[in-house]
Design a protein around this ligand. Structure first.
Ligand code: IPE
Ligand code: IPE
Ligand code: MG
Length: 250
């Protein structure tokens, strides 16, 4: 399937809602946490798949603001798993030239997570391949609020005239800052919702939902399948199909 992908028309930025770990485990009579442990392989698959193809940005929704409301033992298990997998995956990230970063309220994470993340971000900062961004303690509304607060502070201290606030002002203050907006968003697990993921940044994204696939079963082929569907869509950005065709013929 990979050979069918047009390397000249890749999504620059792919975002993924990695959903369905709990149900994957429960379907086989295991505890939800078993599903989280088996999700790491899928993370590796999507990361390596994107890195090999030459995708520039991959943002993975790993823990939402709302996920704090889960049972305490599940939250604790997720945090421990995060520390372990960042540590274990660091050599693979280096080998694949992956640069790691995070978005979200990472100060809300346990100290051990913050330290492990800081170490991996520092170690990979000179890498020039795929930018892998983990959304942790993230929600789209949180992001917009923290951006608005920064904009308001600039207005208050007199460095910004409110009449000059435009899309770029807000975008520059979002957690995703200088990164491009999302071209393609994937969600496993069968639900068709955004779950407070990137809101602003998904404004013109193509959305791809896997109906019968839980995240632990995600493999490179599933990535290829979504990219092929993406390459078949005409992205019009409000214009007419004729305008788009005339432009691409140039
Ligand atoms: C996604 O799987 C992982 C996280 C949200 C951390 P879930 O844990 O949401 O699994 P389901 O959706 O309950 O099956
Ligand atoms: C979205 O999944 C968050 C992550 C994948 C980290 P959820 O399982 O939390 O979403 P809902 O609750 O089904 O909307
Ligand atoms: Mg879920």
């Amino acid at each position: 399937m990979k050979e069918l992908i047009d390397a000249g028309n890749l999504p620059k930025h792919i975002a993924v809602i990695m959903d369905g770990n709990g149900r994957w485990a429960q379907n086989q009579g295991a505890a939800r946490v078993f599903g989280h442990r088996n999700a790491i392989k899928a993370v590796r698959e999507v990361t390596e798949g994107c890195a090999e193809l030459g995708v520039s940005y991959l943002t993975l929704y790993a823990f939402s603001t709302e996920n704090w409301a889960r049972p305490e033992y599940e939250v604790r298990a997720l945090m421990e798993l995060l520390v372990q997998s960042i540590r274990n995956e660091l050599p693979t990230m280096m080998k694949n030239n992956v640069r790691l970063d995070t978005i979200g309220d990472t100060l809300s994470l346990p100290r051990s997570c913050q330290n492990q993340l800081a170490e991996a971000i520092e170690a990979t900062k000179e890498n020039t391949g795929l930018n892998l961004i983990l959304a942790l303690g993230y929600s789209g509304k949180w992001d917009i609020i923290q951006a608005v607060k920064k904009v308001a502070a600039e207005v208050k201290n007199g460095t910004l005239n409110p009449d000059e606030i435009n899309e770029d002002t807000l975008a520059a203050n979002l957690a995703t800052k200088e990164r491009p907006e999302v071209d393609l968003m994937l969600r496993t697990g069968g639900d068709h919702r955004i779950s407070n993921f990137l809101l602003w940044q998904l404004a013109y994204a193509e959305l791809y939902f896997y109906e019968d696939l839980f995240w632990p079963d995600f493999r490179r082929e599933h990535l290829y399948q979504a990219i092929l569907a993406y390459q078949k869509t005409e992205r019009r950005f409000g214009k007419t199909g004729e305008q788009i065709k005339a432009n691409s013929a140039k």
